[in-house]
Design a protein around this ligand. Structure first.
Ligand code: SF4
Length: 346
């Protein structure tokens, strides 16, 4: 049985190799399960400027949070006291000073003590403009009535807020005359993609509806509450406006986390040290596979509480495998290498 998790990994693997579905090849970074405190997207595709992406590598593999972004984006070309050089953050300067120290400790800005012991900083290179577009994909492999309702609500929020440049829904192709997704009450701004999936991953994709580009540089609307539409519900819709500056910052933060995590970080919440854990198929589109359960397991199943968990036998770690660990460690390293391949060196 293919779970939503397995479907999501297949969509991520496919997007990494083939995005966009029917256009020229783009340089992309793919991640999953990221967003804001209000909304988490299943799959995120960052369409990147290749040169900018290479320059981003200078700032390291780890994500820059909002405090660090404030520092590296505004660090001056010549030495200056950090309070003169950086814009007023709108929160206490001591947090900025901490961020300057952290950035210097990471080696992404220069720092020194100037006159009177003042902390001065200087940039090493400008923070690049590396993100062209952000695409959000909602994965709904099997579209029953309740999934369709939830989908309508989620896509409606995404379109109103316009934090991503494009919003899509990906669903499994049924082969019917009319795909069920086309009968769901989705916003017309959202694109629709049907995918054929199998044991070896996504076979083919079909664009059923093209998305509209959303106005990411204009005010958005965050829907806080809306009536269900049923007779007894007389409540009013509640919403708030979101300004473009907030959206710009939030997009950068999301992109930074996507850059660090990619889509293969799921392994950190599973048990690759279990003797039954495998990757299948054994290619770049590999997904976790449990030989005890004969299925692609979910992170919820593949946990310490799993009744069938068995640690790798110690012999696996001492014979054919390198001294750094057994097959489980090797799987983690393999996924890390595949993830790093999407982040070119400077
Ligand atoms: S037996 Fe349980 S812990 Fe081991 S790989 Fe399968 S699901 Fe994961």
């Amino acid at each position: 049985m293919n779970t939503e998790f397995d479907f999501e990994l297949q969509v991520c693997a496919w997007a990494e190799r083939h995005w966009p579905p029917d256009g020229d090849d783009r340089t992309v970074v793919v991640a999953r399960q990221l967003g804001t405190q209000y909304r988490r997207w299943d799959t995120i595709v960052l369409e990147c400027d290749p040169q900018g992406l290479r320059q981003r590598a200078h700032f390291g593999e780890r994500a820059l949070d909002s405090d660090l972004l404030h520092v590296v984006r505004n660090a001056p070309a010549d030495w200056a006291w950090y309070r003169d050089a950086l814009p007023d953050p709108g929160y206490p300067w001591r947090y900025v000073r901490e961020a300057v120290h952290e950035a210097a400790d990471r080696g992404i800005v220069d720092r020194r003590r100037g006159a009177g012991g003042r902390i001065e900083l200087r940039r090493q290179c400008p923070y690049p403009d590396w993100i062209d577009r952000i695409v959000a994909i909602e994965n709904k492999p099997d579209l029953d009535a309740s999934a369709a309702n939830a989908l309508t609500d989620q896509l409606g929020q995404d379109v109103a807020l316009a934090l991503a440049d494009e919003v899509w829904v990906a669903t499994r192709a049924t082969g019917g005359t009319v795909e069920p997704i086309l009968l769901a009450d989705c916003p017309v701004e959202a694109g629709v993609l049907t995918v054929d999936t199998g044991r070896r991953g996504v076979g083919s994709t079909t664009v059923r509806w093209r998305p509209r580009t959303l106005a990411v540089d204009q005010h958005g609307t965050r829907i806080l509450d809306r009536p269900t539409g049923r007779g007894h519900d007389t409540s009013a819709a509640r919403f708030e406006y979101v300004d473009p500056a907030w959206k710009h910052t939030k997009r950068l933060e999301i992109a930074e986390r996507a850059y660090e995590r990619g889509w293969r970080s799921y392994v950190s919440s599973m048990r690759p040290d279990c003797r039954y854990f495998q990757l299948s198929p054994t290619t770049a589109v590999a997904r976790p596979y449990c030989t005890a359960k004969s299925c692609h397991q979910t992170p919820g199943e593949c946990a310490s509480s799993c009744p069938e968990f068995e640690p790798e036998p110690p012999g696996w770690r001492s014979r054919g495998w390198p001294i750094e660990g057994g097959p489980g460690r090797a799987i983690q390293r393999l996924l890390d290498r595949q993830r790093a391949r999407g982040r070119p060196d400077l």
